[in-house]
Design a protein around this ligand. Structure first.
Ligand SMILES: [Zn+2]
Length: 259
């Protein structure tokens, strides 16, 4: 839809307002202020998705099922016009991986997550003994500072640009996190290298103490494409070998030996 048609749609109710206001002999400046308010509280994307958002919907619809999320204009620092709820990732064989709870993400991030699941997680999980059934994203869009530290920089979560990945569930019922040192280390190392190649930020154990039990991924935009990849793939804790229990001292036997 053209900007002109959008403008006409916005102006139609305002014409009615003008007529009503005219009857009430409202001042011209009052109408101008009303027009200004209406135009600024309804960005074009509120009327119709922007072309790049529609193009993203088309791409995402081929690899996932999703629902567009109504625009959010408040609080202003977290306003987004291109959010979706990512429900399921559709695999090439038409089976799917559930994303639960379904995260709210900007469309481009949802597309990156769907590609990550399809192209990286599902093929690599083959060595774990069963296909992937679901992944849990336990934090997605949330208007908050980084690590919930008051006064801090706005988190990528506040832009719909980040996902915290929790458990991965297999079709045989097994469930694990990517930070679990008992899970195959080659698998976790592959997950790390592929996530770091795909996303702008990857934070896990060893990053800052806030990511010991989950992996944070985001598409932060930085100058020169600078990336942050901080995820220590831990070795399993050494298994404690029990020492032989000491036996009670047999004084009588020892005394006989010493004679
Ligand atoms: Zn996070």
């Amino acid at each position: 839809m053209s900007q002109r048609r959008i403008t006409l749609r916005l102006l139609a109710p305002l014409a009615l307002l003008a007529a009503t206001a005219g009857a009430a002999q409202a001042s011209a400046s009052e109408l101008e202020r009303e027009l200004y308010r209406e135009l600024h509280k309804m960005p074009p994307a509120a009327v119709f998705p922007l072309p790049e958002t529609r193009a993203c919907y088309d791409r995402l619809g081929k690899i996932a099922t999703f629902t567009p999320v109504p625009i959010r204009v408040e609080p202003s620092q977290c306003a987004r016009y291109d959010m979706v709820r990512l429900d399921r990732v559709v695999l090439p064989d038409k089976s799917f991986v559930v994303v639960s709870p379904a995260p709210s993400l900007r469309c481009s991030m949802a597309e990156a997550v769907a590609e990550w699941v399809r192209d990286d997680i599902v093929p690599a999980a083959g060595e774990l003994g069963a296909a992937v059934a679901a992944i849990s994203g336990y934090d997605s869009y949330e208007c908050r500072p980084r690590n919930n530290i008051a006064g801090g920089i706005l988190s990528e979560h506040g832009k719909g640009n980040a996902l915290d990945v929790g458990a991965i569930k297999l079709r045989n019922g097994a469930s694990f996190t990517l930070t679990d040192a008992l899970v195959s280390k080659p698998f976790r190392e592959a997950m790390r290298s592929r996530a770091c190649a795909r996303f702008a930020t990857v934070l896990g154990p060893g990053s800052d103490g806030y990511h010991n039990d989950h992996i944070h991924i985001d598409l932060a935009e930085r100058s020169n494409g600078y990336k942050i990849c901080q995820w220590n793939v831990l070795d399993p804790a050494p298994i404690a070998v029990p020492l032989p229990r000491s036996r009670p001292l047999d004084l009588a036997a020892d005394q006989s030996k010493s004679r």
